[in-house]
Every structure is written in structure tokens, then in C-alpha cells.
Design a protein around this ligand. Structure first.
Ligand SMILES: *Cc1c(COP(=O)(O)O)cnc(C)c1O
Length: 831
């Protein structure tokens, strides 16, 4: 015990300094951490020092629970979920961990006593951008819910040194900047140098026969790198369970250097070290897979291999055998990125632990479960055989063997159907032979799920149709969800307080269906007034922030119309923009009479190599530049691009939105989760019947949702008939006029060529049918404007959206996985 602590305990004997939750203890602990961990006193402490001291103070309070959880799970030998994901977009941790520990109020008071601005400290935290968007954020929400539902779980992934790039907007263009999130240190992770596994690449395989006459295969890799564990605690809300997020960093084995040094090959050693450390260096900033990037395949194998070896280590230390491995672990593959787990688990069991093939296959197939996230055929991951075999020669052999046994099964079930055999094969023979990762995952898993009802149905009828014919019982739907701890309580405390007051308690935070208690108050005018005050306050906050960040502070009484998500043609930010231009044209022709003042806010990153998406960003900014400064508009419309959309910035947007834009072409968005976050915060949705929009509309009621556009079936039909966007361009005067306006150079200082690729794409190809849905969208936006002009009506709809959004908690989703897919039970942790 330090001197200061000893002196203090004489006066305040009740609470241990590292675990106590009272304001006084937090004040003392903060001072200790600033002094003894950061080595600073108040007068010279930088904002980051203050953040670090606060973070260590909160982390101290989680550690005991974390260790208790690990001990409980070990003693009870609890069935454990292993959530394998190449991305975990966890967002800043300090504020959320305080919410989960229930110390937000005490911390605020402690801050006051110390004369510290808690908001400023929270703002200092770097975003750990270890994901691209929805998929990585889903993994983070699921980690939150697993802990809150007290389900033993480990999240396994990669500790990227550089996460998703920071987006700057320069002259209206996206410019990518390296994300150096670790430069000032990361207080949440604990480095575990002893939890370290060698991972091989390349080389060749050898066979040998043991004394009993059994043939074994051995893989002799050419290159070995180490994976070292970095652990981040993930506490549940209001429970003692704290789960583990274990991320792997690649390092060169030390022996490497010595070997090379002895042979005098110093530069060779340096090169090998750099090559090894490259593996976990950077996240691929692409929503869909970049074809043929060797490093990407290395990353996938690297984290899968470390994670499986870690699970095997845990199981052997508990039971001494791997016979029940699939009973101990429920492995969830988040998309195809970790699907090498199927081949690697087989290799580890058969080659390294000398299990026979049949038993190993039985274990593997029962351990793994696969979530599919896409219907876009171009996003289905495949790897060229040549590259695959060069990097993972043993795994290719194993995949061939799995394939042979699988296709034999297919031939038995579907006699003389060679076409089907070709379609189902793990090897695509059509495009220069390639390994189909989705097929590997599907064959090696006992459950396959889509992420929204519509998506799961389309999976069965399109990309996974043959698998559904083969194994109909493996298919499930689990509609995505998001955590109300981050996306309501943390980001919208005013709304959270109001809801708690109306509901009578805060049970809704862990049981979101309790929000239905709001429903009887949907016409209560006193509630209406408070509800609107909460929204206006959030809009004012955002406006002030945007004013500082972008120079434009929009009027909080205008309709805040927000589209924040990755920039992608299928998400149709350009459809939104055409509506903006339609209003602009109306103002130019007829003045601002009858126009409901609107602030259009866009946010989202484009993949660096995605030219069209980057041009869309440029166009949004260019249109903003003109409209925001046109005296004829007179502030009636604002168009703002919020740069660098990420979890932290999203938390500013969701509470402030009146209207949530969920306008993807039907059949393209697997689920969407942004749609849920907006709706939870009282925004109304304008959307197509796509992904989870369908279910959101079912839940909140058709009359409280602005629906437009073709259905997925209509889209299919129209495309089969031969869709001709030029026909729309040439017959719809408004469409023609708007596209011509963009092409005129008005938004590009007279440079008529700048946006030509975008305009021509819409006129002649329009792969996501923007023009086909345009008319219906504009009509629907007219209804939105009318509804916004009637505050009673609008507020009622807003309240009902929140009252009926309970289904979209990630707690519900995890409950479904636990019961229907993993068969895993809660394991409460007591102190
Ligand atoms: C929720 C979220 C997404 C997903 O948004 P969609 O609208 O579902 O595409 C993407 N990025 C971030 C930072 C998010 O928080």
C-alpha cells in the first residue's frame, strides 16, 4: 500500500482504493493513477494524461470482476462462445465502461470536485477503429450483449496497429490519413507476452508412417511468426461478468535474429522481422474483399490459427483431452474472413493432436457456426488456388479432402447432377481455379445464418441455394441488433433519463422490450413537450459541434435529415442528393415558399480505391458549397458533410436526427444496423423494403415509417426484363433536368467533365436503379415534409418508434444465438 493510501485509510476505512465506487474513492484513485501511473501532477498534466488517469481508474474497477469471471468460467468449465471476427469496431471505451459499472454520476461528481471537465476527458479518447463499418460494429455490440447476458465469451481478432484511415475532406475530396490510434498508448489493453503462438506460412508438407503403420502429414512452413495476445475487458451492464476481447499482434520470433546474425545475414533478419510485423500492421479499408491480396489471406490465417490454438490450450489445461472441444466452444465465424478456421482446426486436430479424420471432422463441424453478411456476388470471398497453395500448402490438401468427401455426399443425395456438384464444390473451376471461402464455412459449420429475415430468405434462394437444398436444417435467421447501452444511454443521456422517468425504472436498459411502456403515453402532451425538448437539445449540441468542425451551424428547428454509413453505390447517397437538388431547383424556380427548412447531413468513408464513391463525396461537398451560399436559398436548405464518420462521431448524430435515410436498393443491404440506432433515438425512417428495414417497419407500424421504392422481387423482375435508365432520363423531365444540372458544371466551377462519370453511370447503367426509385422517393419526401409540419403528429410517431424498437437490441439477437444456435447458458459471476 502506498503511503498516501495508508494515510488516507485512517480517515476513510470503508472502501478499497482500486475497487470502491463512491465519489470520494474515485477522486482519490484518480489522483493516485495520475501520479503513480502517468507520473504527473495536475499542473503539468496534458489532457491525455487526464484521460489516461481516468481510464486506469475505471479499468481498476473492472479487473477484479474480470478475474472473478475468468475463475468462475474455469471452475465451472462453462461452455464458451468464441466469436471470431477480423473486425471489432468497439468505439471509445471510457464512457461506456462507466455506464456499465454504474459510476457515471459518481464520476461526474468526482470531476466537479477535481475541477475537471468530464466531457473534455471523454472527448480525448482515440477511436479504436478496428473495423470498416456495420460488420465490425456488430461484433462489438455482440460482445457487449454476451457479457450483459452473462454468457462466457471470448472475442478473437486482430490488433491492427493502424485501423480504418482517418478521413479528411480537402477541397471537397476525401483524403485518407493513417490512423495512429496507439501512439499515446492504450489504457484498456493488457499485453500478455506469455500467451503467444507460432504461426507458419509457406513451405511444404511431408508424410511419415508411425510405428503402428498409420500415415501422418507434417507441414514444414518456410516462415514462422508469433501471435501475441492483447486483452481488453468487456464488462456487462449491471452484472459482475466481464468477458475478454483477445486481439493478436504479429511479431518476429526472437530466434530469427540470432540465426541470421550468426550467419552474418543482418539485413535478411531485419527484413524478416518487418515482414512478420506487417501482418497485423493495417486493416484493409474495404467493405468488400479486395481480390488477391496475399497479406489479407495471411491476416486471416494468422488470427484464426492463434485463436484456435488458444482454445485448444484452454481445453487441454481444463480437461486434458480434445474429445469434447465442440462441447466447450461454440465458434462463431463472422462472415467468411475467419472461415479458414474449418481447415486449421482439422489440421491442428489431425496433424498435431493425432486425432483420426472422422472424429476431427465431427468435432470441427459441431464447433463451427457461420454468419453470412452479403448478397452481393462480387463480395463473396474466393482465393486463387496458386496463392492459397503457396501460402497454406497443408490447408489446401485438407480442403481438397473435405471437398472430396463432401461432393461424394452431394452425389449420393443428387444422383447424376454434375452441374450441382460443380456449383457446390469448394473449388470454383470457372474463373481460374479458386477456393470459395463461403463454401468452406458452410460445409464446416452446423449452423448458417443470415442477418435479417429478408436476407436469410434471399440467401436460401440465391447465393446459398444449393447449400439449402443440401442441408436445409442448417439455415437460420438471426436479425441483427445494437446495444442500447452505447446507442441510447451513453450517447443520449437526456432521452435515457426521460424514458426512465416515464417507464418508472431503468429496466429497459437490459430488457429493451420494456420500452413498450412508453406507448400509452404517445398522445400525452406533457410528454410531447419534453420529448421535443430532448430532441432540440441534441440538435443544438450537434449544430454547435458542426459549427466548430465545418463552419456551418445549422438551425436546430430545421428538419435534420441524416444519412451516415459507408459511401457505396448500393446505399444510394446519390439518390438522397438528387432529392436535395430537386428542392434546390424548386427554390430556384418558385422561391422558398412551402419548403420545410431542412439540414441534410451526410457522413461516411469511401474505400480508398472506390472512385465512384469518392466522386459522390466530392459531389455532396460541391452541392453543399453552392446551396449553403446561395442567397436564393437563404438558409432554408443546408447540406453538410460530417468528415470522418466513426463510432464516436456517430454518437453525436443518432440523437440529433429527425429523419434516418435507409434507402439502399431492395435486396442489397443484408440488414443494416444504423437504421436501428437512429430509430432508437426517435428518428423516423425513410426507407426501402430492404434488410432489417422490413422488420423495423413491421414493429413500429407502417403508419410510422416512410416507405418508398421497389421491392426486392420487383427489382429482380425489372432487371430480368432489361432495365433501361436512359428511358427514364429521356422521359422524366425532372430527372433530365437534375442530371443535366450536375453535368452543367454548376457544382464544379464550370468543369463539365468532373461529374460526368457519375452522370453517365446513372444515365446508361444505373446498376442500383437510382432513377427507377427516384420519383417514388421524392413523393415520399414530400410526405415527410408535410408530417414534420405537424409537430403533434411527428412527435407521436417518434415516441411510437422508440416504444416499439425493443426487438432491435443486440441482447435479443444474442439470446437467439444462445438458444437456437450455440446452446449456451448464462454463467452468473458472484463476488
Ligand atoms: C452502425 C455503424 C455502421 C453501420 O451503418 P449502416 O447504416 O448499417 O450501414 C457503420 N459505421 C459505423 C461507425 C457505425 O457505428
Amino acid at each position: 500500500m502506498s503511503l498516501t493510501t495508508a494515510a488516507r485509510s485512517a480517515t476513510e476505512p470503508h472502501e478499497p482504493i482500486r475497487t470502491g465506487l463512491s465519489k470520494d474513492t474515485l477522486v482519490q484513485a484518480f489522483g493516485d493513477n495520475l501520479f503513480y501511473v502517468q507520473g504527473r501532477f495536475r499542473e503539468v498534466a496534458s489532457p491525455y494524461d487526464l484521460f489516461m488517469a481516468a481510464a486506469f481508474t475505471v479499468r481498476d474497477r473492472m479487473l477484479e470482476l474480470w478475474i472473478k469471471s475468468a475463475r468462475t468460467y474455469k471452475e465451472k468449465n462453462s461452455r464458451t462462445v468464441a466469436y471470431l471476427s477480423a473486425e471489432f469496431l468497439i468505439g471509445p471505451q471510457l464512457g461506456l465502461n462507466m455506464v456499465k459499472l454504474g459510476i457515471t454520476e459518481a464520476a461526474r461528481e468526482a470531476g466537479k470536485e477535481l475541477d475537471l471537465d468530464l466531457e473534455a476527458i471523454l472527448e480525448t479518447e482515440e477511436e479504436p477503429g478496428l473495423g470498416n463499418g456495420g460488420l465490425g460494429r456488430l461484433a462489438a455490440c455482440y460482445m457487449d450483449s454476451l457479457a450483459t447476458l452473462q454468457i462466457p465469451a471470448i472475442g478473437y481478432g486482430i490488433r491492427y496497429e493502424f485501423g480504418i484511415f482517418d478521413q479528411q475532406i480537402i477541397d471537397g475530396w476525401q483524403v485518407e490519413k493513417g490512423d495512429t490510434w496507439l501512439r499515446n498508448g492504450n489504457p484498456w489493453e493488457i499485453h500478455r507476452p506469455k500467451i503467444c503462438f507460432p504461426v507458419g506460412f509457406g513451405g511444404h508438407t511431408e508424410q511419415h508412417t508411425d510405428p503402428a503403420g498409420i500415415t501422418h502429414t507434417r507441414w514444414i512452413p518456410e516462415l514462422v511468426v508469433n501471435g501475441v495476445a492483447y486483452d481488453t475487458p468487456i464488462p456487462g451492464y449491471g452484472v459482475n461478468n466481464v468477458n475478454l476481447l483477445r486481439l493478436w499482434k504479429s511479431e518476429a520470433p526472437e530466434s530469427f535474429d540470432f540465426q541470421a546474425f550468426n550467419t552474418g545475414n543482418y539485413y535478411g533478419a531485419v527484413h524478416a522481422k518487418i515482414e512478420a510485423e506487417t501482418i497485423s500492421k493495417v486493416l484493409y479499408p474495404n467493405d468488400d474483399p479486395e481480390v488477391g491480396k496475399e497479406l489479407r489471406l495471411k491476416q486471416q490465417f494468422f488470427f484464426v490459427s492463434c485463436s484456435l490454438r488458444d482454445m485448444i490450450r484452454l481445453e487441454l489445461s481444463n480437461t486434458g483431452t480434445l474429445e469434447h472441444f465442440h462441447k466447450k466452444f461454440a465458434i462463431q465465424l463472422n462472415d467468411t474472413h475467419p472461415s479458414l478456421a474449418v481447415a486449421e482446426l482439422m489440421r491442428l486436430l489431425v496433424d498435431e493432436h493425432l486425432m483420426n479424420w472422422e472424429q476431427a471432422w465431427d468435432i470441427t463441424r459441431h464447433a463451427c457456426h457461420f454468419t453470412n453478411h452479403t448478397l452481393l456476388p462480387e463480395a463473396l470471398e474466393t482465393w486463387p488456388i496458386e496463392l492459397f497453395g503457396r501460402l497454406l500448402p497443408r490447408h489446401l490438401e485438407i480442403i481438397y479432402q473435405i471437398n472430396q468427401l463432401f461432393l461424394d455426399e452431394v452425389r449420393v443425395k443428387f444422383f447424376e447432377d454434375d452441374d450441382r456438384v460443380r456449383r457446390l464444390s469448394l473449388i470454383d473451376e470457372n474463373n481460374g481455379r479458386r477456393v470459395r471461402m463461403a463454401h468452406l464455412a458452410a460445409v464446416g459449420s452446423c449452423a448458417i445464418n443470415g442477418v435479417a429475415e429478408l436476407h436469410s430468405e434471399l440467401l436460401k434462394s440465391t447465393v446459398m441455394r444449393d447449400f439449402h437444398d443440401m442441408y436445409p436444417d442448417r439455415f437460420h435467421n438471426v436479425t441483427n441488433g445494437v446495444t442500447p447501452r452505447r446507442f441510447m444511454v451513453l450517447c443520449n443521456p437526456r432521452l435515457a433519463r426521460l424514458i426512465t422517468k416515464v417507464c418508472g425504472d431503468n429496466r429497459w436498459i437490459r430488457d429493451l422490450e420494456c420500452l413498450s411502456a412508453l406507448e400509452p403515453h404517445a398522445d400525452d402532451s406533457a410528454l410531447h413537450e419534453r420529448w421535443r425538448a430532448v430532441k432540440t437539445a441534441a440538435k443544438t449540441d450537434l449544430s454547435n459541434w458542426l459549427g466548430q468542425e465545418t463552419g456551418i451551424a445549422p438551425d436546430p428547428s430545421s428538419l435534420f435529415d441524416i444519412q451516415a454509413k459507408r459511401i457505396h453505390e448500393y446505399k444510394r447517397q446519390h439518390l438522397n442528393l438528387l432529392h436535395v437538388l430537386a428542392l434546390y431547383e424548386q427554390i430556384k424556380n418558385q422561391g422558398t415558399d412551402g419548403i420545410v427548412p431542412r439540414t441534410f447531413i451526410f457522413g461516411g468513408k469511401a474505400a480508398p480505391g472506390y472512385t465512384m464513391a469518392k466522386l459522390i463525396i466530392k459531389l455532396i461537398n460541391a452541392v453543399g458549397e453552392v446551396i449553403n451560399h446561395d442567397p436564393a436559398v437563404n438558409g432554408t436548405l443546408r447540406v453538410i458533410f460530417m468528415p470522418d464518420f466513426n463510432v464516436k462521431r456517430g454518437q453525436r448524430l443518432y440523437p440529433a436526427a429527425d429523419l434516418s435515410e435507409q434507402i439502399s436498393l431492395a435486396g442489397k443491404e443484408a440488414s443494416g444496423t444504423g437504421n436501428m440506432k437512429f430509430s432508437m433515438n426517435g428518428a423516423l425512417t425513410i426507407g426501402t423494403l430492404d434488410g432489417a428495414n422490413v422488420e423495423i417497419r413491421e414493429e413500429v407500424g407502417a403508419e410510422n415509417f416512410f416507405l418508398f421504392g421497389m421491392t426486392a422481387a420487383e427489382v429482380q423482375r425489372r432487371q430480368a426484363e432489361g432495365y433501361d435508365p436512359y428511358q427514364i432520363y429521356s422521359t422524366n423531365a425532372q430527372v433530365k433536368s437534375l442530371l443535366d444540372l450536375i453535368a452543367s458544371g454548376l457544382f464544379s466551377h464550370g468543369d463539365a467533365g468532373l461529374f460526368q462519370p457519375l452522370v453517365e453511370n446513372l444515365m446508361y447503367q444505373d446498376p442500383f436503379m437510382v432513377l427507377a426509385d427516384f420519383h417514388d422517393y421524392v413523393e415520399c419526401q414530400r410526405k415527410v415534409a408535410d408530417a414534420y409540419g405537424d409537430p403533434r403528429h411527428w412527435t407521436r410517431m417518434s415516441i411510437l418508434n422508440v416504444a416499439r424498437i425493443g426487438k432491435f437490441s443486440s441482447d435479443r439477437a444474442i439470446q437467439e444465438y444462445a438458444e437456437r444456435i450455440w446452446q449456451v447458458e448464462p454463467e452468473p459471476v458472484s463476488l
